[in-house]
Write a protein that binds this ligand. Structure first.
Ligand code: SF4
Length: 445
């Protein structure tokens, strides 16, 4: 049973020494109670207190950070099996794989693509996360050369994949301080692999066949002092992946088997149905997804799906309220008001751009609700419109006082006119009609 903050506080050393990063033991206890801190952060707890607290307070899936610097990312620390139960917090890192048998030019080109490529969707920049370098040549020297080529071209999170200890040692001399993810430790080699990753404080992938073997391997690595683990489930098919990843997630989330509480690694490059494999990884709990460089259509599909799955279903995606310009509007340009639900904004903006009529778009704060919902909930009202006109200084941007409001907010038109003193025109209900509306109604008034 989960402990409450005060019960946890009673077990803590009460030194208030701040070494855990919190100002007092009580604040640390509160974080532990909400699963936002790891018990290992307090160096003054003895082993029995650590295991008692760890079993009840640690996030059921550990948070693992890959890489350092601006592009580093964290995975794990998830709390639910289904997104609609709460939300998924840490989107999977998707990394493009290169082989050390490829030419320097090919490796550099993939690296630069991951470094520079950005897709913008509903106001958010979507990117791939890093590069996985596989030692397919078996040569330590070639591996080190491939790693050097990647490193020369970008500061990106890395996954290093090899079966050769020497290859890891040589590569980590160059990039060990970037804390790449190392693939992989098995039952046969975990002592040597743990020694390698401990030197550089890198996270480690463990690779096993069957959940029992994972439990033994995770415990063994933990006893060797390596706790930053990621699990490669080695699925034989996509169906096998769904079965394994769901079982692992279920056993970890319910804390039935805490030794399975690590993020999952999934190499979609091994599947013939690559796009389907990536989609499955995103939906079914993969935290690290490895893929060959994707064509643009597949790349956009993968990043869009990841964005959709890893948004909070309880919070509509919102725009910042404000006065936006479409084109280069002058003083006589129309002013259109709408809500800050992102999809409304981007849909309307797209239609306005294609109408080629420069205008102002006044976005008011309805906490991300759509027009219809915010009118019904009373969030969109005459006071909000009045305050937004004042706050964003709309009167000084244009030489007229005419406001176009969305068709679904027509019942508010009279009150908006009364409170703001602006003439209100009721626009169409469907954003697709806005170009025609501006041509016919705005221009003739
Ligand atoms: S490190 Fe431990 S003893 Fe020190 S403030 Fe944090 S919880 Fe308290």
């Amino acid at each position: 049973m989960a402990l409450k903050a005060l019960d946890i506080y009673k077990i803590l050393p009460k030194k208030n020494c701040k070494e855990c990063g919190d100002p007092t033991c009580l604040t640390f206890a509160m974080k532990l109670a909400s699963g936002k801190a790891d018990v290992d952060l307090c160096p003054h707890l003895d082993d029995s207190a650590k295991s008692l607290l760890g079993a009840t307070t640690r996030p059921p899936i550990r948070l693992i950070k890959i890489g350092v610097g601006e592009r580093s990312f964290a995975v794990g620390e998830e709390f639910v099996l289904y997104r609609h139960d709460k939300t998924f917090y840490h989107p999977p890192g998707i990394l493009f794989k290169v082989l050390d048998t490829q030419s320097d030019e090919e490796i550099a080109s993939v690296t630069k693509r991951v470094r520079d490529e950005i897709f913008t969707r509903i106001g958010t920049d979507l990117r791939f996360n890093g590069i996985a370098i596989e030692n397919s040549s078996g040569s330590a020297e070639k591996f080190a050369q491939a790693v050097a080529t990647v490193e020369e071209n970008a500061d990106l999170p890395l996954v290093l994949i090899s079966k050769n200890f020497e290859a890891f040692n040589e590569a980590l001399v160059q990039v060990g301080s970037y804390q790449p993810l190392i693939h992989a430790a098995t039952m046969e080699n975990f002592r040597e692999m743990c020694a390698i990753v401990k030197k550089h404080n890198c996270p480690l992938v463990i690779k096993a066949y069957g959940l029992e073997e994972f439990i033994v391997l995770a415990k063994s690595c933990s006893e060797e002092g390596v706790k930053k683990l990621v699990m490669d489930l080695c699925p034989q098919s996509l169906g096998d992946y769904i079965m394994l990843s769901t079982a692992v997630r279920q056993l970890a989330i319910t804390r039935a088997v805490p030794d399975l509480g690590y993020p999952v690694y999934f190499d979609a490059a091994n599947s013939q149905l690559q796009d389907a494999a990536i989609a499955l990884g995103i939906i079914k709990y993969a935290s690290i997804i490895i893929t060959p460089p994707l064509p643009v259509a597949s790349a956009k599909a993968a990043l869009t799906l990841r964005q959709n799955i890893y948004t909070d279903p309880q919070k509509p995606i919102q725009m910042n309220p404000g006065l936006y310009r479409v084109g280069a509007p002058g003083k006589d340009a129309p002013v259109l008001m709408t809500v800050n639900f992102s999809l409304t904004f981007f849909t309307l903006e797209g239609y306005l751009e294609s109408s080629r009529i420069p205008c102002f778009l006044l976005i008011v704060d309805t906490e991300g609700l759509s027009v219809l919902t915010s009118v019904a909930a009373g969030k969109l009202n005459e006071t909000l419109v009045h305050d937004s006109i004042k706050k964003f200084d709309v009167e000084n941007e244009v030489s007229h006082k005419t406001l176009i409001i969305p068709g679904y907010s027509a019942p508010l038109s009279g009150r908006i006119e009364e409170v703001t003193g602006w003439k209100v025109m009721v626009g169409p209900r469907d954003a697709a009609e806005i170009g025609k509306y501006l041509q016919e109604e705005w221009k003739k008034q």
